[in-house]
Design a protein around this ligand. Structure first.
Ligand code: BES
Ligand code: ZN
Ligand code: ZN
Length: 490
């Protein structure tokens, strides 16, 4: 599917279908031709409602405002609606409030590419999708003149970013049999070769040698060997150094604290944080973001077997701290603990981890929202701003010292689960915080993507399956960080 901005009025573009937004119920707009038929069609122009006139190939989508995410969502719905009907070439005008042209052009392109995504690698019969071309006209909805070169660049950025999200989605969607830690490392190596990243990986022996006793223990029972993957993007104009750590559980059975059948299903997606790291770095290279970026992925399976680590075991992490295992299903924090130690040794100025870490985060925030944790209010505000601007949903989950006491252990420095079932996303975050050195306290954020990472019932621009959570939010963060232009908060 080719998406492009065409420097031409909407009427002059030949296409077999047209998308028109009805913004804020304004049915008088010059592009709205069927207002007299809306009533009989039951189209009330309420936010998110749509109305298709198949004979003329006209689709109307109502949006409350020209907010970038309304446009992103609307464009995604349009692709899905037109695809089903067999149209080939869609056209649409450019919708944006003043000053928002680039952001909205990018969002529209993202919506089309994200909404057009299908994962059919394992289907014998593929969907025949005729929708091959999408033309965004340079004509603006309110008739204002457009900086066409800037809008074209913004559309290209939207395409590149959404392509990276789709790239991540497909890796996460790949079944665990075919997407083992070794396979993930091979994909990371291919990406590194394509983008000019430095590449290094470490096998089980090396993980043990590096004193990563927690990560190593998790990997023990699997017949698929683990890989610690480290990618480095080092542009000549780097203005700072950032490390992004991802949980890469290519399968989480729960280990000896085995999950139920229902809970185990979808655990191929427990690698979403690690895969997001690949999507972020791919985009950083495409966008030529002037930052040195280290991507670190702790890839392993969490399985059962005679060699498995056990509840009652005490593990020693890379920073020397000891951990009593009380539940082998709280494995992500063990892997991340060691990966975070590894990442800090690289001396970055920012360090983020992305992980499908807790079911509790989904209970707390719902399945659409990422949880943001850390010690620095300023860093959290920055990440929330980045999430907002990218169209991802995120919320602050605040630490407090009472919750911190819940991971105490009688026989080790800490336990891998809390003594209370309340506040489970935060106690997991506080566990990770035990592996953050004093000097990094205000440089680190933990992002729990357990809710949005895997979509069981399609929503917004996300079909069933992996969503690519974290990619757009982190890319936006990196863009702002490189430019030094976060909006200051009081
Ligand atoms: N990978 C899971 C968390 C998860 C659950 C992600 C559902 C996405 C959907 C994680 O490893 C896990 O099992 N966490 C446990 C922690 C508990 C044992 C303290 C959980 O959330 O139940
Ligand atoms: Zn688990
Ligand atoms: Zn897990």
């Amino acid at each position: 599917m080719k998406v492009s901005l065409i420097d031409s009025p909407l009427d002059a573009i030949a296409a077999d279908c047209t998308l028109t937004f009805v913004v804020g119920k304004d049915t008088e707009h010059r592009w709205v031709d069927h207002a007299d038929r809306f009533e009989v069609m039951g189209f009330k122009c309420e936010d998110d409602e749509s109305c298709l006139f198949p004979e003329s190939g006209r689709l109307y989508i109502a949006i409350a405002s020209k907010d970038h995410d309304n446009l992103r969502l609307g464009c995604a719905s349009a692709v899905k609606a037109f695809r089903k009907k067999g149209y080939k070439h869609l056209k649409v005008g450019l919708y944006a409030d003043e000053g928002q042209e680039a952001r909205c052009a990018q969002a529209m392109a993202e919506g089309f590419v994200l909404g057009g995504y299908l994962f059919e690698d394992y289907k014998s019969k593929k969907t025949e999708t005729g929708l091959a071309e999408i033309s965004i006209s340079s004509e603006m909805d309110d008739g204002r003149a457009l900086d066409v070169a800037a809008a074209k660049a913004a559309v290209q950025r939207g395409i590149d970013l959404a392509d990276s999200v789709n790239y991540a989605r497909s890796i996460v969607n790949t079944p665990p049999k075919d997407l083992t830690p070794v396979k993930l490392a091979a994909l990371a190596k291919t990406l590194a070769d394509e983008c000019g990243f430095e590449y290094q990986d470490y096998d089980a022996e090396a993980i043990k040698e590096m004193d990563m006793g927690a990560y190593h223990a998790v990997s023990l029972a699997s017949s698929e060997p683990p890989r610690l993957i480290h990618l480095t993007y080092k542009p000549n104009d780097a203005k700072g150094r950032v490390a992004i750590v991802g949980k890469g559980l290519t399968y989480d059975s729960g280990g000896l604290s085995l999950k139920s059948s229902e809970a185990m299903y979808t655990m191929k997606a427990d690698k979403s944080g690690g895969v997001a790291v690949l999507g972020i770095m791919r985009t950083a290279a495409k966008f030529a973001i002037p930052l040195e970026i280290h991507g670190i992925i702790g890839a392993t399976e969490n399985m059962i077997g005679g060699n498995a680590y056990k509840p009652d075991d005490v593990l020693k992490a890379k920073n020397g701290k000891t951990i009593e295992v009380k539940n082998t299903d709280a494995e992500g924090r063990l892997v991340l603990a060691d990966c975070l130690c590894y990442a800090q040794a690289l001396e970055p100025e920012r360090i983020f981890d992305l992980a499908t870490l807790t079911g509790a985060c989904i209970v707390g925030l719902g399945e659409y929202t990422n949880g943001i944790m850390g010690f620095s209010g300023e860093r959290k505000c920055e990440m929330l701003q980045a999430a907002n601007e990218s169209g991802e949903l995120a919320a602050d989950l605040p630490f407090n010292k009472h919750l911190g006491k819940l991971i105490k252990s009688e026989i080790a420095d800490m336990s891998n689960i809390a003594s209370s079932r309340y506040g489970g996303a935060i106690t997991a975050g506080l566990f990770l915080a035990e592996f953050i050195d004093e000097a990094y306290r205000d440089k680190w954020l933990h992002i729990d993507i357990a809710g949005p990472a895997f979509v069981e019932k399609e929503w917004g621009y996300n079909p069933h399956g992996a969503s690519g959570a974290g990619v757009r939010m982190l890319v936006r963060y990196l863009e702002h960080y490189a430019a030094g232009d976060f909006t200051p908060h009081a």
